[in-house]
Design a protein around this ligand. Structure first.
Ligand SMILES: CNc1ncnc2c1ncn2[C@@H]1O[C@H](COP(=O)(O)O)[C@@H](O)[C@H]1O
Length: 279
């Protein structure tokens, strides 16, 4: 049963700036998906990370592969996106930025349609999966550019994500530069693993409008002063994601944050952000 504190955290207006669609599927939605595709023999344990359970980055990406098997049609995507948006809204999220990797043009078309009819301010970032290489990256940028022009402000940016140990950012630079030049905001996952210093240097020169994770930017963990300097001088915000959202997990994370940060500072930031977004 919800405690008074649970209620407080749920009702608190929140902004969600780093949600991967297929990483935000709830337990209930997953159950429906699993039932729809019994021939895949997928169990819940293969699609989620339980509270307190630890997995390596590699294992996380294995989980995404399983989820992608379950979410492979327009119908699935429509159901998942609708559920995810409703669940974020029920958790008190007032402004939501979703990211997702288009596997087919029609899938992305669906997102845009869907994102218009549920009452949360929603924005969408079209994601480039680095594993798919420069050609797909460029196609995705063109798709994102089309949506930037036609989605009435819903599509705002490009996300670079995917297994950070695969490929090199230098091969994606022209796609990312094109994206920036056509007015898409850039949210780049970088320095998620150690020994990617040269890649991070290159990507930070673009520069991105947001960094995803940036876990290994600091010299103490294998990054460098130059990386930290670039981030600070260019004032680039860093976003951490919690890629798997079992029910109420956002509330648990909030409790964790509030325990470690000044609660009033957080509330003030949220209110200021909401005022600037909604006005
Ligand atoms: C843990 N840190 C991370 N680092 C990099 N990429 C990540 C990620 N977490 C998620 N993704 C990206 O999001 C996809 C799933 O959502 P969509 O199918 O696009 O909706 C993953 O396949 C991966 O490319």
């Amino acid at each position: 049963m919800d405690t008074e504190a649970d209620l407080f955290y749920r009702q608190l207006p929140k902004v969600e700036l780093h949600a991967h669609l297929n990483g935000s599927v709830s337990f209930e939605t997953m159950e429906t998906l699993i039932k729809r595709k019994p021939h895949l023999n997928i169990e819940h344990s293969m699609t989620a990370i339980r509270r307190g359970q630890r997995r390596s980055l590699d294992e996380c990406f294995q989980v995404f592969k399983v989820i992608h098997q379950l979410v492979d049609s327009e119908e699935d995507i429509l159901m998942v996106a609708k559920a995810v948006i409703q669940e974020f809204a029920a958790d008190g999220v007032k402004y939501l930025e979703l990211r997702s990797t288009p596997r087919e043009v029609t899938e992305t078309a669906h997102f845009c349609f869907l994102l218009t009819f549920i009452f949360v301010t929603k924005r969408f970032l079209v994601a480039v999966d680095r594993r798919h290489g420069p050609v797909v990256a460029m196609e995705t940028v063109k798709l994102a550019e089309d949506f930037l022009l036609s989605s009435d402000g819903v599509v705002v940016g490009l996300d670079l994500s995917g297994d950070p140990t695969v490929g090199h950012g230098k091969d994606l630079l022209s796609a990312l530069e094109k994206s920036k030049n056509c007015g898409l905001k850039l949210a780049l996952h970088l320095s998620e693993v150690p020994s990617r210093r040269d890649e991070s240097e290159l990507l930070l020169n673009l520069p991105p409008d947001r960094i995803g994770h940036g876990t290994f930017l600091h010299p103490e963990v294998g990054g460098s002063d130059s990386l930290v300097d670039k981030v600070c001088k260019q004032n680039i915000p860093i976003g951490k994601s919690f890629p798997f959202h079992p029910p109420n997990s956002k509330i648990t994370y909030l409790k964790y944050f509030f325990k470690h940060l000044n609660i009033f500072f957080y509330i003030l930031l949220t209110i200021l952000f909401l005022i600037s977004v909604l006005s």
